[in-house]
Write a protein that binds this ligand. Structure first.
Ligand SMILES: [Zn+2]
Ligand SMILES: [Zn+2]
Length: 844
C-alpha cells in the first residue's frame, strides 16, 4: 500500500492536502477519507495515492470511509475539468458533485430501554411514581418522555426536545438511570420521512387499465413478475377504480393520496391480500412526490399521438448518433409546442431498452409533478427524479439507487448532471438557454456546458433542446460543432400568433398620462372576456411598486444591505429587497428629510392584478409570481386552474411564459417585458427576445392562432422587432454581429472578476491593487476592463468592484486568472472575497 494520499477537501483553497496512510488502512482513489484539518475532522476525496514524502510533516488519515470509489474515473476527471475550467477549488467541486453530506451529519436519537418500560409500567400500576429525591414535576416530565418513546422506535434528539420540551440535562439523567439509550444515527438512514406506497402487481394492470401505451403497461405488469390467473372479472367497482387509478399513474401511488378516492379503506386491504397490490416504504417525494389525487387522473400517454415527420426525423438522427457509441452533439431547435418532450422520452426509452443510461436536465421550474408523473408512466421505477424539494437524506438515497444501477433514467435540475450512472449513452438538456443551469455560487459551473463535457468524456450523445437557443449553442450549430435538428411546426400545424406592437411613448403623448394597460390591450382583453376566452398578461417584475420616492428631497428608499430600491408589497404590508430579502415597514415619511410626501412609483405584478380587477370586475384573475408560488406544486395548481377554466385571466412574471400545457389562451398581453433592454448587460437583448418568444408561444387554441399585444418603450429595438415577426434566424444574425463587434461570447471567452468586502476601503484597496497588477502584467490579446464599481455597487452588505476579461483564447484567459489568484493570495486577499466567474451570465 502506498504511504501517502492526496485529499481534496471542501475548503476555499486551490490545492489538495497530503496525509499519511496508517498501516493496514486501504483508502481508494475516488473514495472518501476522514482526516484532521485545522482542529476539526473533515471528509474529503482521495485524488492520488503515492510514496512521495511531502516537505512538511503530515497528519494521518483517521478513517477510510469507502471500500470502492464514490466518484468513478469519469466523474473524477469531470470534477478536475470543472475545477480547472471555472477556477474553483477542486474539493468544493467534489462536494457539489456528491450529494452525500447527510451521511456525515451525525445526529443523536433516543429510544426507550426495557428498564424504562418497566419504570413506566410500575408507575402506571401504583398510580404514583416510585419514591425518589426528585420533585414531582421532574418525575412527571420524565414519564412524559418515557410515554412518548414507548410508542416509537427511535426519536431524534431535536424532535424529542421539540415535542416534550425537556432539556439536555434531564435526558442525560435518564440515560444514567438506563431508562433511555442514546444512539448515533446517520441522517441518510433516517426513516422519518418514509411513506407507504401502493404498487400494482401482476397482469391485472394491463387488463383493467384504460388503453395505455402497451410497453408502459407491460413494464408496470412485469414489475411484480408474478402473473395471476385472470381475476379481473371478479373485481367490483371500487376495486376497479383503485386499480385503474394506480395503472394510470404509473403503477405506484402513495397510500395517503388514494384516500382521496371515493373508495372504502378496506378495498385496498382486500386487493393487497389478493396479491394484486403491494405496499412498500419509500422516501417521500420519491415516486409520485406528494401529488394531489386530482392530478393523478389518467393522463394521456405522451406517445398517444402520431409523431410528425419532423419528430420522426429527429428521433432517427438522435438514435443513429447514440448507436455510433461516439460523442456527438445535437441542437434540437423546436418552436414552442412542437413536441420536443415526446422526442426526449422516446429517445430515453430506446436507450433504456438497450440497457444503457440517460440523463434529462430540466430547468428549476420545469420539473413539475405532472412532468414527474409522465416520467413515471413511461419508466416506472427505473427513473430517479432529482429536484430541489428533496431533503439531503432523500438526495443521498436517490444517488445510491442510481449508483447501484436500479435507476438508469435520471431526470433532474442542474446538479443531476453529476448523477453516477454507468454506461451513459444520452444527456438531454431541455430549455438549454435557461439561466437556472448556471450555479451562482462556488463552483460557478454551467450545467449545460458540463453536460457537453461529460458526454464527450463518456463517448455519449448530448442533445440541447430549446425553442429559443442561446447564442452560444446556435453559433456552435452554425459552425457544425453540433448537428442542427429543427422541429419547425407546432403540433397539428397550429399557426403562430399575430403580434401587434403598441408604442407606449405614443400612447403617453395621445393620452397625456403614463399608462400601464394601453387602450389597445384593454379593448382586446374586453373582447376576449366577452367571448369567454382566456387571457394572459406578462409583467416581469413582482411586488406592488418597485420604487418609493420622496417628492421633497428626491431620494428613494434603498435596502440597507444593497444599493437597490426596496419594493412595496401591498398585500403583505411590507417593503422587501428582492436581492437579499431584507424586509422593512412601509414608510409614512421620508427617512432622509422627514417629509410626508412619499410616493409609490411604478408597477409590479401585484399592482397589475389589482388594476385589471378594477378594469374587469367580473373576470376571475389569478397571479403567478414568486410571491404566489412557493413550490412546483403551486405553479402547477395555477396552470391547472387556467386549463380547467376556473380562471379567465392569468397575470404574472416570466414564470407564466415557462408553463407547459397551456391550451385555452387566445390573447397574450405583454406589459413591460422589455425593461431589461435598459440594463447595462450584453445579454439583455437575448434575454428579452427569448422571453417575448416564449410568452408569445402561449397564445393560440386549437386552430385559432391567437394574438399577442406587445407594449414597449423600445419599439425600434431589433429584439422586439424580430420577436414580433417570429424571426429567429434574423435575430441571431443581428445579435451575432453585435457580439462579434463588441468581443462578447460566442466570439470571446468572458470572465467577471468580482472583488467584494463589507468594508468599502478594503474593496477599494484590493481592486486597486489587482488593477495595478493587471496593468503591469503582460496579457497579449486579453482585454481587461476595470476595476469599476459593479452595476449593483453594494449587495448583501458587500461593496463590489469588478473586472471584465475578454479573450479569444480561453487558455490564455484562464492562465491570467490563475496568476491573478496567486497574486491575490500573496497579498493576503481572502479567496472568498475574490469571485472568478468564467462564462458569467450575469454581469450586474
Ligand atoms: Zn425626503
Ligand atoms: Zn438588499
Amino acid at each position: 500500500m502506498p504511504l501517502f494520499c492526496d485529499v481534496a477537501l471542501a475548503v476555499p483553497l486551490d490545492m489538495v492536502f497530503t496525509y499519511a496512510i496508517p498501516l493496514g488502512m486501504e483508502p481508494v482513489v475516488g473514495g472518501r477519507v476522514l482526516v484532521p484539518f485545522r482542529q476539526q475532522r473533515m471528509s474529503g476525496i482521495v485524488v492520488e495515492l503515492h510514496d512521495r514524502p511531502p516537505q512538511v510533516k503530515t497528519k494521518k488519515v483517521i478513517e477510510a470511509l469507502d471500500l470502492s470509489p464514490v466518484l468513478d474515473e469519469h466523474l473524477l476527471k469531470l470534477g478536475k475539468w470543472i475545477a480547472d475550467y471555472y477556477l474553483a477549488p477542486v474539493g468544493e467541486v467534489f462536494r457539489t458533485m456528491l450529494p452525500l453530506s447527510a451521511e456525515f451529519k451525525r445526529s443523536i436519537a433516543y429510544r426507550i430501554t426495557d428498564e424504562g418500560r418497566m419504570a413506566l409500567h410500575l408507575a402506571g400500576m401504583s398510580g404514583s411514581p416510585a419514591r425518589s429525591k426528585r420533585t414531582p414535576e421532574q418525575q412527571l416530565v420524565e414519564f412524559r418522555v418515557l410515554d412518548y418513546l414507548a410508542e416509537r422506535e427511535s426519536v431524534r434528539a431535536e424532535n424529542l426536545r421539540g415535542t416534550t420540551r425537556v432539556g439536555k440535562a434531564l435526558l442525560a439523567g435518564m440515560v444514567r438511570k438506563r431508562w433511555i439509550a442514546r444512539e448515533d444515527v446517520s441522517a441518510a438512514r433516517d426513516a422519518a420521512r418514509l411513506v407507504k406506497v401502493a404498487v400494482l402487481i401482476g397482469a391485472e394492470a394491463a387488463e383493467a387499465s384504460p388503453p395505455l401505451d402497451p410497453s408502459t403497461s407491460l413494464r408496470a405488469g412485469s414489475r411484480g413478475a408474478r402473473p395471476h390467473t385472470s381475476s379481473a372479472k371478479k373485481l367490483n367497482e371500487n376495486q376497479r377504480t383503485l386499480i385503474e387509478t394506480l395503472a394510470a399513474s404509473g403503477g405506484r401511488v402513495p397510500v395517503e393520496a388514494l384516500r382521496g378516492l371515493d373508495v372504502p379503506r378496506t378495498t385496498l386491504g382486500t386487493l393487497v391480500r389478493r396479491g394484486m397490490i403491494g405496499l412498500v416504504d419509500e422516501p417521500q417525494d420519491f415516486t409520485a412526490s406528494g401529488v394531489k389525487l386530482s392530478k393523478l387522473k389518467p393522463r394521456p400517454s405522451p406517445f398517444e399521438f402520431e409523431f410528425s415527420a419532423a419528430q420522426k426525423e429527429a428521433l432517427a438522427k438522435i438514435g443513429a448518433a447514440v448507436g455510433s457509441r461516439k460523442f456527438g452533439g445535437l441542437l434540437l431547435h423546436g418552436i414552442t409546442g412542437s413536441g420536443k418532450t415526446a422526442v426526449y422520452l422516446a429517445c430515453m426509452r430506446e436507450v433504456l431498452e438497450q440497457g444503457r443510461s440517460s440523463i434529462l436536465l430540466v430547468p428549476e421550474i420545469g420539473l413539475t409533478p405532472a412532468v414527474a408523473a409522465d416520467l413515471h408512466q413511461v419508466f416506472g421505477d427505473e427513473v430517479a427524479i432529482l429536484h430541489s424539494g428533496l431533503s439531503d437524506a432523500e438526495r443521498a438515497e436517490q444517488w445510491h439507487r442510481i449508483r447501484r444501477g436500479e435507476a438508469r433514467v435520471v431526470a433532474g435540475t442542474r446538479s443531476a448532471v453529476f448523477a453516477p450512472v454507468s454506461d451513459l449513452a444520452l444527456v438531454i438538456v431541455d430549455e438549454e438557454q435557461d439561466s437556472s443551469y448556471k450555479q451562482e455560487e462556488t463552483p460557478r459551473y454551467h450545467a449545460r456546458d458540463v453536460a457537453v463535457m461529460r458526454a464527450k468524456m463518456a463517448g455519449a450523445v448530448v442533445v440541447l433542446g430549446s425553442a429559443t437557443p442561446s447564442l452560444e449553442s446556435y453559433y456552435n450549430a452554425k459552425k457544425n460543432k453540433y448537428a442542427l435538428v429543427e422541429l419547425p411546426d407546432r403540433v397539428e400545424m397550429r399557426p403562430l400568433p399575430e403580434v401587434e406592437i403598441v408604442d407606449m411613448r405614443q400612447e403617453f403623448q395621445e393620452t397625456g398620462q403614463e399608462q400601464v394597460i394601453s387602450r389597445k390591450l384593454a379593448e382586446e382583453i374586453r373582447e376576449r372576456l366577452e367571448k369567454k376566452e382566456q387571457v394572459m398578461v406578462l409583467l416581469n417584475r413582482r411586488g406592488y411598486s418597485p420604487v418609493v420616492l420622496c417628492r421633497a428631497c428626491g431620494k428613494t428608499l434603498q435596502c440597507k444591505n444593497c444599493a437597490v430600491s426596496m419594493t412595496h408589497h401591498k398585500r403583505e404590508r411590507k417593503m422587501e429587497c428582492h436581492y437579499c430579502g431584507h424586509v422593512e415597514h412601509i414608510p409614512d415619511k421620508c427617512a432622509h428629510c422627514g417629509s410626508e410626501y412619499v410616493y409609490f412609483v411604478g408597477t409590479g405584478s401585484e399592482k397589475l392584478e389589482e388594476l385589471l380587477h378594477g378594469m374587469f370586475p367580473q373576470a376571475r384573475i389569478g397571479r403567478l409570481d414568486r410571491d404566489t408560488v412557493r413550490g412546483r406544486e403551486d405553479f402547477e395548481r395555477a396552470l391547472n386552474a387556467l386549463n380547467e377554466g376556473a380562471l379567465d385571466m392569468l397575470v404574472g412574471t416570466q414564470m407564466i411564459a415557462k408553463g407547459h400545457d397551456i391550451h385555452g389562451v387566445t390573447l397574450v398581453g405583454v406589459v413591460g417585458a422589455d425593461m431589461a433592454l435598459g440594463l447595462p448587460d450584453f445579454r439583455a437583448a437575448e434575454r428579452t427576445f427569448q422571453l417575448l418568444t416564449q410568452v408569445a408561444g402561449r397564445a393560440g387554441r386549437g386552430q385559432s392562432p391567437g394574438k399577442v399585444v406587445l407594449q414597449t418603450y423600445f419599439q425600434e429595438h431589433y429584439a422586439v422587432q424580430f420577436a414580433a415577426r417570429h424571426d429567429f434566424a434574423g435575430f441571431y444574425e443581428k445579435e451575432l454581429q453585435f457580439r462579434a463587434w463588441m468581443h462578447y461570447p460566442p466570439y470571446s471567452a468572458i470572465a467577471n472578476v468580482l472583488i467584494r468586502s463589507e468594508k468599502l476601503d478594503e474593496a477599494l484597496t484590493w481592486s486597486g491593487e489587482l488593477g495595478r497588477w493587471f496593468e503591469k502584467t503582460r496579457h497579449e490579446g486579453i482585454r481587461v476592463l476595470g476595476p469599476a464599481a459593479a452595476p449593483i455597487t453594494r449587495l448583501k452588505r458587500d461593496y463590489r468592484y469588478h473586472f471584465i476579461l475578454k479573450s479569444p483564447s480561453r487558455e490564455k484567459m484562464n492562465a491570467l486568472l490563475r496568476a491573478m489568484l496567486a497574486e491575490a493570495a500573496a497579498r493576503k486577499i481572502p479567496r472568498t472575497q475574490v469571485i472568478v466567474d468564467v462564462d458569467a451570465v450575469w454581469l450586474m
